[in-house]
Design a protein around this ligand. Structure first.
Ligand code: F6P
Length: 323
């Protein structure tokens, strides 16, 4: 393959820019022509496409967000939208795509291949770390560090006032941000969708901590694990402990990418471009990922069918250490 397009799709994640830079420079260094597509699949449909070179990606390695912009595109979910996207690519001689996004973006890429024969290599870019086929997604490490920094600040003031705090973090279906930030931040309680805990148990924990002389508690709660304000009310009513709620929201999605995310961006980019470079028959429909610190690739259908990444070990450790 000689000519590729690159797009970012779904929620943005720190490290996307570092990855765009790496894809463009590595592909150009290997004789490819690279086109940047604006706003994900929407830009593909509308023809918002421009040629990129090494200079188009200068000074972006350290920036959060995505210079290509991103969108969630409902038209692309239709057959007509997909055909339009494929035509607009072919009109510019683009043979395949690098798609940086999450599971929705990859499902779209798989359908684009099945319906219109468009080959692509997907790079997992989402802060949620909610793809079971890869140990880590791009942006997750930075987001967890952002949460950690917030927990550190909250601890200072909560400890000074003997107050508790529910820190609500992103993650509708996957509790990895809460689990990793909770363990690394020494949270007293971690609430994730994969491990529902009753209000009774949460209140018992707080009372047990009170007896031990632990008056300041940090509860890290994934947004998909319940309603933080409702829980705050229950805790105050049942335990008498003063507790506040902090929703970190989209702060977690921005920020300069960590070293780990920049390195991951480069490694993912090289594998994705290599897959397309070697794809003379235009048959590649794969994602890249990382397992046990080795870069891997897998068919979309195989990768997306995987479930249960499971961090049983980390969850158990967190439960002991929070005592
Ligand atoms: O998928 C990434 C994510 O940041 C989720 O953690 C969060 O639930 C969602 O996006 C928020 O999306 P939006 O910005 O569309 O509200």
């Amino acid at each position: 393959m000689k000519s590729i397009g690159i797009l970012t799709s779904g929620g943005d994640a720190p490290g996307m820019n570092a990855c765009i830079r790496a894809v463009v420079r590595y592909a150009v260094a290997n004789g490819m022509t690279v086109f940047g597509i604006e706003k994900g699949y929407e830009g593909l449909i509308n023809g918002d496409i421009r040629e990129m070179n090494g200079r188009s990606v200068s000074d972006i390695i350290q920036r959060g967000g995505t210079i290509l912009k991103t969108a969630r595109c409902s038209e692309f979910a239709t057959e007509a939208g997909m055909k339009k996207a494929a035509e607009s690519m072919r009109a510019r001689g683009i043979e395949g795509l690098v798609i940086i996004g999450g599971d929705g973006s990859f499902r779209g890429a798989r359908e684009l291949f099945e319906l219109c024969g468009v080959p692509s290599a997907g790079i997992p870019g989402t802060i949620d770390n909610d793809l079971a086929y890869t140990d880590y997604t791009l942006g997750f490490d930075t987001a967890v560090n952002t949460v950690l920094s917030a927990i550190n600040n909250l601890r200072d003031t909560m400890t000074s006032h003997d107050l508790a705090n529910i820190v609500e973090v992103m993650g509708r279906h996957c509790g990895d941000i809460a689990l990793f930030a909770g363990l690394a931040g020494g949270a007293e309680t971690i609430l994730i969708p994969e491990k529902p805990i009753s209000e009774d148990e949460i209140c018992e924990n707080i009372m047990a901590n009170k007896k031990k002389g632990k008056l300041s508690n940090i509860i890290v709660m994934a947004e998909g694990a319940g309603n933080a304000e409702a829980l705050q009310k229950v805790i105050i009513e049942r335990t008498g402990v003063q507790i506040r709620t902090t929703r970190l929201g989209h702060i977690q999605r921005g920020g300069t990418p960590s070293m780990a995310d920049r390195i991951l961006a480069a490694r993912f980019a090289v594998r994705a471009v290599d897959l397309l470079l070697a794809d003379d028959d235009l048959k590649v429909a794969k994602v890249v990922g990382i397992r046990n610190n080795k870069i891997v690739d897998e068919e979309y259908s195989v990768a997306l069918a995987r479930t249960n990444k499971g961090h049983e070990d980390l969850y158990k450790i967190a439960k002991v250490l929070c005592t």
